[in-house]
Design a protein around this ligand. Sequence first.
Ligand code: ZN
Length: 198
Amino acid sequence: MNKTNSQPQKKRTLYTCIYALIIGLVILACAIIIATISTQRGKTNQEVGGSEDLVEVSGSSYVVPMFGATVCKDYSSTKLQFNNSLKQWEIHKAVDFLVGEDANVAAIHNGTVSKVYKNHLEGTVIVIAHSNGLESIYKSLSENVKVKVGDVVSAGQLIGTASDSMAEEQAMGAHLHLEIHLNGDPVDPNNYLSLGNK
Ligand SMILES: [Zn+2]
């Protein structure tokens, strides 16, 4: 009598265990999929900026010039990249940071402002000369820049805000086009800034 009663009980327990196992596996699979998707998004749409991104290069400190921006076009000295504004392929020896209109732009390194100018193709531009043969060049800025030629600036200091003033890259919207030149030649900003996209 006892034996016949305990059989359905055992079966119920077995089914409960199987259901629990299946639910557990489904939850695990969902977690893996979500983790994979967020990792992929992180790779293609990397947020940059912030004091934690301070990088030491040969004893000098460099900071990412924008907070919470995404790198929308990276530096390459060899790969052709399509320019949606000019509708042509080009070599882009700069890094473009995509942000909202009027987002703050900071100096990447201590230096002296050597040029502030504006033209149709590049928009409003600030050039900062650094002590080690480096120049940082900030294009597509808003007109109301925060510095003038001769100003001494420190790494992380606010120098202006981003806009879509650069006709060459206007299709990108408000962004910062950052070039770094070493002894007059463009070099990869990724060598100086922790952009996390390489
Ligand atoms: Zn650019």
